[in-house]
Design a protein around this ligand. Structure first.
Ligand code: 5AD
Ligand code: FES
Length: 347
């Protein structure tokens, strides 16, 4: 294992078989895989943690993914949409709290037309914020309009690179189209974020290794990895779900192979482990996305159960995460936190 990790740390290359053997190995926290990935994180992206203020602006979704609480067939969800003015207002408050990026996230909700989104984006740009969108599959023209309006980055997880599994879990959706979205975003000059779910039914370690190699192949700028957490209001309610440990390993190996990208310590990781985000930050992650949505909406944004901070305020979360980050001798970045692009495959 040590030889493999040394190779990964020095060359940022691993074969699929090597990745699988790392995923199989029962590393504990603080053990060698995580020491190596933490060292790579420190060398390439430093000790600063980038905070992105997350605005959860609509939980309506026209899709029907079997794992997700937003799926259109979930009649138990309380649906909401924020007004344009609410979204802009939350972004303004986030900027005043010191955020340099806001992430606008929603289900796939056609209510937000190109004109509405352009208005929201161009108003938010006035607050000197970088904008990340996480709103799902759109046409090239839509992505282009948002980019022209001032959006900088886009998150769209591939969820799994196993096409067969994807087709089963995301009915009516086309894996090839998701790939095309990632291509289009790249072509338009967005910073591109993707990622996967860990612990989906029938997902194998081999398939997770493929996911990691896919992130490398498309040279993603950001990778979000989270455990799949079964939601009682979905067809996968009785599934086992992913573990914190496996999600952490997938994240750590991703850091070894993509040394200079931005990797969030995801909320889903903290849902499974009360120290999940700090452990992730010490195992390769360098980003946290605190929730800046105000009021009761957080509660209703229930992709999976047990989400953290649903009864907290943006001020509380900002203070809490600041203290946590300081407690591990890391600092909070005051810049926009774009990818630094210093690894050799990025020039
Ligand atoms: N558990 C954890 N994460 C989930 N997502 C969707 N459903 C679940 C679940 N049950 C993730 C998907 C999506 C992101 C917004 O939430 O990866 O891209
Ligand atoms: Fe919300 Fe800790 S980040 S209370």
């Amino acid at each position: 294992m040590e030889k493999l990790l040394k190779k990964a740390e020095e060359t940022h290359e691993l074969t699929k078989e090597e990745i699988v053997s790392l995923l199989e190995f029962p590393f504990t926290f603080n053990s060698s895989l995580f020491i190596h990935s933490d060292r790579v994180r420190k060398k390439y992206v430093g000790d600063e943690v980038h905070l992105r203020g997350l605005i959860e602006f609509s939980n309506y979704c026209k899709q029907n993914c079997l794992y997700c609480g937003f799926r259109r067939d979930n009649k138990n969800a309380t649906r909401y949409r924020l007004t344009e003015e609410q979204i802009i207002g939350f972004a303004k408050d986030a900027a005043e709290q010191g955020y340099k990026t806001v992430v606008l996230q929603s289900g796939e909700d056609p209510y937000y037309t190109i004109d509405k989104m352009k208005h929201i984006i161009s108003e938010i740009k006035k607050f000197d914020l970088a904008i990340t969108l996480s709103i799902g599959e759109k046409t090239f023209e839509e992505y282009e309009a948002y980019k022209d309006a001032g959006a900088n980055r886009f998150l769209i997880r591939i969820e799994t690179t196993d096409k067969h599994l994807y087709t089963k879990l995301d009915p009516d959706m086309d894996w090839q189209n998701r790939l095309k979205c990632l291509d289009n975003l790249r072509e338009l000059g967005y910073e591109v974020g993707t990622g996967c779910l860990v612990g989906l039914p029938e997902q194998t370690l081999d398939s997770l290794a493929e996911d990691i190699l896919f992130f490398k192949k498309i040279n993603a700028d950001m990778i979000g990895i989270g455990p799949f957490i079964p939601n009682a209001n979905t067809p996968l309610k009785d599934a086992l779900g992913g573990t914190f440990e496996l999600a952490l390993k997938v994240m750590a190996i991703t850091r070894l192979l993509l040394p200079d990208i931005n990797i969030p310590a995801t909320t889903a990781m903290e849902t499974l482990n009360p120290n999940g985000r700090l452990i992730a930050l010490q195992s390769g992650a360098n980003v946290v996305m605190p929730n800046v949505t105000q009021g009761d909406y957080r509660k209703f944004y229930e992709i999976y159960p047990g989400k953290i901070c649903v009864n907290d305020t943006p001020t509380k979360c900002r203070g809490c995460i600041t203290n946590k980050i300081k407690s591990i001798n890391r600092s909070i970045s005051t810049d926009y936190g774009f990818r630094r692009k210093i690894s050799k495959n990025c020039f």
